[in-house]
Design a protein around this ligand. Structure first.
Ligand code: 0RA
Length: 659
């Protein structure tokens, strides 16, 4: 591994022009390297650095990785690995450290034989992070010394300096994202980073990952009543890996079998799988390749499904359990109520698909299907009670599927008829170009009426929804398609319901509006209704969310008035400021109106605050972390009421925007 590295001297040498061009290219077209320069790209920088440390851990040299969000929104990633080599790199005539930090894909230059298994979605390496940071510092603990080098926008601003001595080894990278690149925001979101580190801990058992938020201390009082200050911190560690991941994802479901079924192989293609059946109806399979969530699936998922279907079917037939069944089983019947995580490590992954998250390597199909079949076969033989529970559930799923087909055909017929088939409640817009059209899903007929009055008829359509729409998390599929409110949504959107093969496949080319805006009251009930609608989109129209078509409207909470002056407010702070501004020191004549519902606003007010594209603030719904979103929806909409109440109350202030 160290063939290209010698450790004689740590001498700083001039950069080659070619290398500078490399990183200049990253700065010129950052999206090509990190996906985008919004929130996702910003957080991607952290994942890229952490992935390097994960690689060091997977190579067996590192056990702890600490991530800190610093006061200025810079990030520090510290690991206890061997430390990036600092000696001269013979071919490049500069330190190996500098090569790692300035050459795109430099990782490969060091390791021909040992492949990198981790590596972010774009796998571009830490040099990209360097290019997109206005400041980066690398501190290396190695060979008894502490080495430091600093960079700005990818260019070294110091040599590799020895600044002290040390007994330990490791790498500490601190970087501050460049606001010239990340123009929207350079503020990190704790929960987004936490979700990814938690996921990494489950996917790589035995590694400890920590996250600390050093931006503002949390104040508290200890047992003696003394005020304390500490930072928000989480430690992520999983002893049992995927088994615990599945239990975490499925924590709020009623189990069909006591423990997840697990398998792990250490052949040429390392495979790890854990699966659990619950009494619900949804299929939740998460697949990963080299720690990357393969949203579009691919050959590993195909192999898993094949192994699962074949083994369960054989077992059921062999034991005469299908004798009374009047119709054929479908592959999807075997996956109802299944929660599973499939993780494979592939040396040279080929990623395909729209978002490059679909594994294409053909050899993976049989490897995963054989591993699945082998492990599942032994499990069923050894646990006949569980085996029966699973087969019974499969038969129930098949029966329900037959009922669902009828309901779906009804929706299909109605959706296919265009124009005349629109729901009676829909107040459509006159524009026909979907790009320019918006559909407001509004809670209740009264608010719907106000919205119809207030809207721009040209581009804005209104579909009032009756009270609480069906909780699809708890309903069987045919009930979902039988629900009138849900059928109205399908029809208004113009999309057809999936095939029997994939009940969630959407025909997005027929989508009639490119903004679907959920508009509910700014109270606990309103956010519950918004969550119900989002749950439906998440489970049945996930592509709508993934394509960025789904938004939440943010109606104001208060109207502060004095005489003819009016200020709308979305937060407590804005309300105080507005009262102070209008009152000029006294609150005489200042009134504060608390909006309890959309229906309390006049159509003009609703337009001004919430619907006018020039002034309103929409919150686009994104899925940062599929597994975390999955768990959130199961938690919110499952049987257990307390967590749902807590969540909704904690997040009830949807309208609290950063103004
Ligand atoms: C190249 C070679 C060696 C280690 C590393 C890179 C390395 C990179 C990173 C990035 C973050 N943490 C890291 N830890 C190690 C091995 C050099 C040797 O043979 O000692």
């Amino acid at each position: 591994m160290s063939e290209n590295i010698n450790h004689e001297e740590n001498q700083y040498s001039a950069n080659s022009i070619q290398v500078l061009e490399g990183l200049e290219a990253v700065r010129k077209r950052p999206s090509m390297y990190i996906g985008d320069v919004g929130k996702r790209g910003l957080h991607h920088l952290v994942y890229e650095v952490v992935d390097n440390s994960i690689d060091e851990a997977l190579a067996g040299f590192c056990t702890h990785i600490e991530v800190s969000i610093n006061e200025d929104n810079s990030i520090t990633v510290r690991d206890n690995g061997r430390g990036i080599p600092t000696g001269m790199h013979e071919k490049e005539h500069r330190s190996a450290l500098e090569v790692v930090l300035t050459v795109l894909h430099a990782g490969g230059k060091f390791s021909k034989d040992s492949y990198k298994v981790s590596g972010g979605l774009h796998g571009v390496g830490v040099s990209c992070v360097n290019a997109l940071s206005d400041y980066l510092k690398a501190e290396i603990h190695r060979e008894g010394k502490i080495f430091v080098q600093e960079y700005s926008k990818g260019k070294p601003v110091t040599g590799v300096d020895v600044v002290g001595e040390t007994d330990d080894t490791g790498t500490i990278i601190t970087f501050h994202p460049d606001s010239e690149i990340f123009t929207a925001s350079i503020v990190y979101d704790y929960d987004t980073l936490a979700a990814r580190l938690r996921e990494l801990a489950y996917l790589n058992k035995g590694i400890t990952l920590t996250l600390t938020d050093r931006r503002e201390p949390v104040r508290d009082t200890d047992d003696n009543g003394v005020e304390t200050e500490s930072f928000r911190k989480d430690i992520f560690y999983s002893k049992d890996g995927l088994k615990e991941f599945v239990q975490y994802l499925d924590a709020d479901s009623e189990k069909l079998i006591e423990n997840p079924i697990c398998l792990e192989t250490d052949k040429i293609i390392p495979i790890e799988i854990a699966m659990q059946y619950n009494t619900g109806f949804t299929e939740k399979i998460y697949s990963y390749v080299n720690n990357i969530n393969t949203i579009e699936g691919g050959t590993h998922l195909q192999g898993f499904r094949m192994g699962l279907t074949r083994t369960l079917k054989n077992y059921a037939e062999k034991n005469g359990m299908l004798a009374k069944l009047k119709f054929d089983l479908d592959a999807s019947d075997f996956r109802e109520g299944l929660t599973a995580v499939v993780s494979v490590k592939v040396a040279e992954p080929q990623f395909e698909g729209q978002t490059k998250t679909k594994l294409g390597n053909g050899e993976v199909v049989s490897a995963v299907s054989q591993a699945t079949a082998g492990a599942l076969e032994s499990y069923l033989e050894e646990n006949p009670k569980d085996a029966k529970a699973i087969v019974d559930k499969v038969i129930l799923a098949a029966t329900a599927r037959h009922a669902a087909r009828k309901a779906r055909e009804m929706v299909q017929r109605k959706t296919v008829m265009s124009g005349a088939g629109m729901p009676g409640k829909l107040a459509d817009c006159s524009e026909r170009d979907p790009e320019k059209c918006e559909l407001f899903l509004v809670e209740g007929d009264s608010a719907g009426g106000t919205a119809k009055q207030g809207r721009d008829r040209m581009t804005q359509a209104i579909l009032p929804l009756r009270g609480k729409i069906l909780n699809v998390e708890k309903a069987m599929e045919h009930r979902v398609f039988e629900s009138e409110e849900i059928r109205n949504i399908y029809t208004a959107l113009g999309v057809t319901v999936g095939t029997e093969e994939d009940s969630k496949a959407l025909n997005l080319s027929k989508l009639r509006y490119h903004k679907v805006i959920i508009m509910t009251d700014a109270d606990v009930d309103g956010s519950h209704i918004a969550t119900l609608i989002l749950t439906f989109f998440f489970r049945y129209m996930q592509d709508l969310i993934r394509n960025g078509y789904v938004y939440l409207a943010t109606p104001p909470l208060y109207l502060v008035k004095k005489g003819r002056e009016e200020i709308y407010c979305w937060t407590e702070e804005q309300r105080r400021d507005a009262a102070a501004k209008l009152g000029k020191g006294s609150d005489k004549g200042v009134t504060v109106q608390r909006y309890k519902g959309l229906g309390e606003m006049s159509d003009e007010q609703l337009w001004d605050t919430t619907m006018d594209p020039q002034k309103r603030l929409l919150r686009q719904i994104t899925i940062d972390n599929a597994a975390e979103a999955e768990r959130t929806f199961s938690m919110l909409m499952g049987d257990d009421v307390p967590p749902r109440r807590e969540f909704i109350e904690a997040n009830a202030h949807y309208a609290n925007i950063d103004a």
